[in-house]
Design a protein around this ligand. Structure first.
Ligand code: NAI
Ligand code: MG
Length: 326
C-alpha cells in the first residue's frame, strides 16, 4: 500500500523547506504526495487562508507535512490540527553535536495538550475595561494525553515522565489535569514526577538533564518548548508532530521567516526531522532513523546555513543530507 501524504508548503520559507523535506521522503520511501494550498498567498487570491479542499485532504490523508503560514498562521494551523483531531503536540528539543547551543546537553521531549486549556477560544470582551478568558480542562482530554505519554515512554524506554503544571494556583483546572494524568500513569505503572511550571522554567535553564519527557497543558507546553528552543540553538532545528487517533500533521516549529524568505538560505533541518517523525509515525522506523542520522551528520560536519554560522544554501544542505542517504 502506498500512503498518501498531503504537502502544504504555505508561505515564505515554507515554500523552500517543505520541498527539501519531500525530496528526502522520496529518497527513502514510496509515497503518493498531494500538494495543497494554505496561508497568506491563497487568502489574497481566494479570500480564504485555509481552502476547504486543503482541510478535507488533511482530514483524510495518512499524514500531512506543513511548512508555515504568515499573518494567517492561526487561521491555518488551528483548523489543520482539528482536521487531524490532534490531541497531542510532540515537540522534541535536542541539541546537536557541532551546533552552538546555550545548553548543549539538552535532550527533551514536550508532550503538549493540543485541544484545550486557554487556547480553546473562549475569550470575551465584557466592557470597556474588562476582558475574560475561560480555561477549559477535561478529564477525558487529559487522560488521552496521559495514555499517549505512557505509550511514548514505554516504547522508547524512558524511566517515566514529568508533569509540569500550576495546580497550586489553578487548583480546579490544572488540579484536574494533574490528577487525571497522574492517575492514568499510576494505573499503567509508569513513574511520574511533578514540577510547577514556573520552577520548571528555571530548572531547565540551569540543568536540562534533570528532565526527559515533559507532559504539559497547552499554553505551558507552547511557552516551555519555545524556551527549550533557545537552549538548543534556534528555531531552524525544532520539529514537531500533531498526533491524532488516526492521522497526524508534521511541521517545523518555526514560521515563515520573512527576513530571509526567497533567498534560498533557510535551514531545512527542522522540516526534514519533522519528516523523520512522519516516517516513524507511519511505521518506517528504520528510514526515520536514517534521516535523523543524516541530518545529524550534516549538522556536525557541514555544510551549514547562515543561521548556524555557515554560508550554505537550503539546497546545499538538502543535497548533503541526500548524499548521506545513498
Ligand atoms: P519565524 O520563526 O518565522 O522567524 C524567527 C527568526 O528565526 C527569524 O529571524 C528567522 O529568520 C529565523 N528562522 C526561523 N526559521 C528558520 C529557518 N528554518 N532557517 C533559518 N532561520 C530561521 O517567527 P516570526 O518572525 O515570529 O514570524 C514570522 C511569520 O511566521 C509571522 O507571520 C507568523 O505569524 C508566522 N508564524 C507561523 C507559524 C506557523 O505557521 N506554524 C509559527 C510561527 C510564526
Ligand atoms: Mg509557539
Amino acid at each position: 500500500m502506498t500512503e498518501e501524504i498531503v504537502v502544504v508548503p504555505g508561505d515564505g520559507i515554507g515554500k523552500e523547506v517543505v520541498p527539501a523535506a519531500v525530496s528526502v521522503l522520496e529518497a527513502v520511501g514510496d509515497f503518493e504526495f498531494v500538494e495543497a494550498e494554505a496561508g497568506d498567498a491563497v487568502k489574497e487570491e481566494t479570500g480564504e487562508a485555509l481552502p476547504e479542499e486543503t482541510y478535507e485532504l488533511a482530514a483524510s490523508a495518512d499524514a500531512t507535512l506543513f511548512g508555515a503560514a504568515g499573518e494567517t498562521a492561526a487561521d491555518v494551523i488551528l483548523p489543520l490540527r482539528t482536521a487531524v483531531d490532534s490531541f497531542v503536540n510532540v515537540r522534541p528539543a535536542k541539541a546537536y553535536p557541532g551546533v552552538d547551543a546555550l545548553r548543549p546537553e539538552t535532550d527533551l521531549v514536550f508532550l503538549r495538550e493540543n485541544t484545550e486549556g486557554v487556547y480553546s477560544g473562549h475569550e470575551d470582551r465584557l466592557s470597556e475595561d474588562l476582558s475574560t478568558l475561560t480555561r477549559v480542562v477535561t478529564t477525558s482530554a487529559s487522560e488521552r494525553l496521559a495514555e499517549f505519554a505512557c505509550d511514548y515512554v514505554e516504547d522508547r524506554e524512558y524511566d517515566g515522565f514529568s508533569v509540569a503544571h500550576k495546580a497550586n494556583v489553578m487548583r480546579e483546572t490544572d488540579g484536574r489535569f494533574r490528577d487525571a494524568v497522574v492517575s492514568v500513569a499510576e494505573d499503567r505503572g509508569v513513574e511520574t514526577d511533578e514540577v510547577l511550571m514556573d520552577a520548571f522554567a528555571t530548572r531547565v535553564c540551569l540543568d536540562p538533564t534533570q528532565f526527559d519527557v515533559v507532559v504539559c497543558p497547552n499554553l505551558a507546553g507552547d511557552v516551555l518548548s519555545d524556551l527549550a528552543a533557545g537552549l538548543v540553538g534556534g528555531l531552524g532545528l525544532l520539529p514537531s508532530a500533531n498526533i491524532g487517533p488516526e492521522r497526524a500533521l508534521f511541521e517545523p516549529v518555526h514560521g515563515t521567516a520573512p527576513d530571509i524568505a526567497g533567498e534560498g538560505v533557510a535551514n531545512p533541518s527542522a522540516t526534514i526531522v519533522s519528516a523523520a517523525m512522519l516516517l516513524e509515525y507511519l511505521g518506517y522506523d528504520e528510514e526515520g532513523e536514517q534521516v535523523r542520522d543524516a541530518v545529524e551528520g550534516v549538522l556536525a560536519d557541514g555544510p551549514r546555513t547562515p543561521d548556524l554560522g555557515g554560508d550554505a544554501s537550503t539546497e546545499d544542505v538538502t543535497n548533503a543530507v541526500l548524499e548521506r542517504l545513498d
